[in-house]
Design a protein around this ligand. Structure first.
Ligand SMILES: Cc1ncc(COP(=O)(O)O)c(C=O)c1O
Length: 366
């Protein structure tokens, strides 16, 4: 791998859009305002003032919220609580690779349902359910999906809620990108439209503050949260109070709103540059620029060997994630480009290298 590698692989913000000064101030205020709470073990439900801030944001009671070390930890607790080996679980096709690995490790019987520009195809899900599949859980990334960049439409959100009620399964609404919308109109969460405790919601400060802070959370029925809090106590006593106390200060001072504006502004510009560069240098690529989030999904002509292209790209100093990593099968002509970690001045050169890698391997495979 070349030393000046341009990475379209990492779903993380570049340093220039992380509010380092704001985080330093938040740390200082956390230790000044609440030295006891910040330095103690705390409890498994998370740092209490941050738990309250999150509850208010979502219009729920603090008893419905559990704050964790990143939302991956929230996902793991939820899967341990609800998914037994052999249980049917619905996932989107494609979906977040770590979710696939995590569910596979628990022995889940995975059913991947096709995703298009309007999100998961709920008619295909309905057909699966009518065919007798009885999932315990459906994992859904509703906004600016990882890896596809698509957003679940309002009508499909309603359809999904109706299907969950009729067929008695939990919707896991995994929503770390909701606040990174830089175009179009926001849609209500399924959590806010749920009248029957069908939805468990997760989100994160990784994409709005910084991933290194490792703060995420779950919102769900109080009984479930209580059961998961017990699991959390025996796992780590409590999550990281210093990090959560900092995030609490960052949120309550309004720094988070400025941080979100910075991230959105940068990503809007980056996705435009990325789309323009692909149109010019890799016209074989098919893609839909997303209205938010960190990722864009790219389809290349059938017959493309994405594994060979990945190696050729590494030799040329550009990285991406192979589409096959997000699928149970297929996807050899697809890849995910993250535009969050590249600065604007890297994008055109990165796409030139990508196009070169495509052409080098397309000749071999043609
Ligand atoms: C859909 C989805 N869920 C969960 C996570 C994990 O986030 P966290 O950093 O909060 O653990 C990610 C991170 O990329 C993600 O894309």
């Amino acid at each position: 791998m070349a030393s000046d590698t341009i990475s379209f692989a990492r779903g993380a913000p570049s340093l220039d859009i992380v509010d380092v000064a704001g985080l330093r101030e938040a740390a200082s205020r956390a230790f000044e305002a609440d030295p006891g709470g910040t330095t103690a073990y705390g409890t498994a439900v998370g740092y209490v003032p941050l738990r309250e801030w999150i509850a208010e944001k979502h219009g729920v009671e603090p008893a419905n919220v559990l704050v964790t070390n990143g939302s991956m930890q929230a996902d793991a607790f939820l899967f341990d609580e609800l998914v037994a080996s052999g249980d049917a679980v619905v996932v989107e096709r494609p979906t977040y690779d770590r979710t696939l690995l995590s569910l596979r490790a628990r022995g889940a019987d995975l059913h991947a349902v096709e995703l298009d520009e309007g999100g998961i195809d709920t008619s295909a899900l309905e057909a699966l359910l009518d065919g007798g599949t009885r999932p315990t859980l459906a994992h859904i990334i509703p906004n600016f999906q990882n890896p596809a960049g698509h957003t679940l439409s309002g009508s499909r959100r309603e359809h999904l809620l109706a299907l969950a009620a009729e067929h008695d399964f939990t919707i896991f609404e995994d929503d770390p990108y909701i606040d990174i919308r830089f175009a179009g109109e926001p849609l209500p969460t399924m959590l806010s439209q749920d009248s029957g405790e069908r939805v468990v919601y997760a989100s994160s400060f990784s994409k709005t503050v910084c991933p290194g802070i490792r703060v995420g959370y779950l919102v769900g029925p109080a009984e479930l949260i209580k059961a998961i809090a017990k699991r959390a106590t025996s796992t780590y006593i409590s999550p990281n109070m210093v990090a959560q106390s900092m995030v609490n200060q960052f949120c309550r001072s309004g720094a988070i709103d400025r941080s979100i504006d910075t991230v959105k502004g940068a990503l809007r510009e980056r996705v435009e540059l990325l789309a323009g560069a692909l149109e010019r240098d890799l016209p074989e690529a098919r893609f839909t620029p997303p209205q938010g989030g960190y990722f864009m999904w790219v389809q290349l002509p059938e017959g493309t060997d994405v594994a060979a292209m990945f190696d050729a790209a590494a030799e040329r100093g550009v990285a991406f994630v192979k589409g096959t990593d997000f699928l149970l099968d297929g996807g050899e002509n697809t890849l995910r480009l993250a535009f969050s970690g590249v600065t604007s001045d890297q994008i055109e050169e990165g796409v030139r290298r990508l196009a070169d890698a495509y052409r080098a391997t397309a000749t071999v495979t043609a």
